[in-house]
Design a protein around this ligand. Structure first.
Ligand code: GLN
Length: 302
């Protein structure tokens, strides 16, 4: 079977199952199997595939038809212009999360004070690794930490840090939200400004049943990285409680913490209320993502 024939066959299959962008899907998966660029596929249409290649390709096409996200099938996803390994133990990085990275870069690059950046629920590590690559402060002035409750997710994050050559710059810790820091504040550089970055699971359980065919891919992602509680803000509330605890424990942390939280646009009113409840004197700013939707809460204490 040639590239041309197998592409025609698989595109037809994908179209029948109403998968969006069937050509692109078929070509990307074939280039993964052949370990060649897409350009090769398009310019070598008469190239003959081996039996094994055909079998492996058909398996991928069938998984795609089943709704499995392409990032899991090819094992990586682009975020902020960098490539990150992903597998079923981590959430696939989303374009809307690039907003958080952009704002964190502004924050750190305008700030000459020593900084501790803590990425809570780091997953693939895409946020903290991108920051480690792009921050222009002197390394001795900054500490970067990634925390996740999942050991398997931390393995992926560590692999990614190594692949991007920033493994020595980031400390990855297993733990429940901010718990490891509360237990051991040696992780924080003394007198540093702390920036907490949280893209926690914020999809509420009740939305699950309303997912359309388009969102079917969510089924394949780690459910603990997506879903939480009745309104989706349960974990943010838990985190805010922990931050209160940290601030009360040590007065130095009172005004020295900034918090960035990603949320769903439909949660705007609720998250504002929650922030007011836990941080009475904080300044709150809501930022919109590139699609124009409220996406990021920035909480500052001075
Ligand atoms: N933005 C993601 C989605 O809508 C959710 C990510 C998260 O829960 N942190 O699928």
């Amino acid at each position: 079977m040639t590239i041309k024939q197998i592409l025609e066959e698989s595109i037809l299959k994908l179209k029948l199952k109403k998968i969006k962008n069937p050509h692109l899907n078929a070509e990307i998966l074939l280039s993964t199997i052949l370990k060649k660029q897409r350009e090769f596929i398009l310019s070598h249409t008469e190239y003959k595939l081996t039996k094994l290649q055909i079998k492996n390709y058909q398996t991928l096409i069938n998984r795609r038809i089943n709704g499995e996200p392409i990032a899991y099938l090819i094992g990586h996803k682009e975020f902020y212009g960098f490539n990150f390994n992903v597998n079923k133990n981590v959430l696939i990085p989303r374009p809307e999360t690039e907003l958080m990275v952009g704002e964190a870069l502004k924050f750190t690059n305008y700030n000459s004070q020593p900084t501790t950046l803590i990425d809570i629920g780091t997953g693939s590590g895409c946020i903290i690794i991108t920051l480690a690559k792009l921050l222009n402060q002197k390394p001795k002035n900054q500490k970067l930490i990634g925390i996740d409750i999942s050991k398997k997710a931390l393995l992926v994050a560590k692999q990614n840090a190594l692949a991007h050559n920033v493994n020595k710059k980031i400390k990855f810790i297993k733990g429940n939200l901010l718990q490891p820091i509360i237990h051991n504040s040696k992780f924080i550089t003394p007198n540093s400004k702390i920036l907490i970055l949280a893209n926690l699971p914020y999809v509420c359980e009740s939305w699950k049943k309303n997912y359309s065919v388009d969102s079917i891919g969510l089924k394949f992602e780690p459910q603990i990285a997506l879903f939480t509680g009745k309104n989706g803000l349960e974990l943010y509330e838990k985190l805010f409680k922990q931050i209160n605890e940290l601030q009360n424990k040590n007065y130095k942390f009172k005004n020295n913490i900034d918090i960035f939280c990603e949320f769903d646009p439909s949660q705007t009113i609720l998250i504002k209320k929650l922030i007011k409840e836990y941080f009475k004197n904080a300044k709150l700013q809501i930022k919109k993502d590139l699609a124009g939707y409220n996406r990021l809460a920035i909480i500052k204490f001075q």
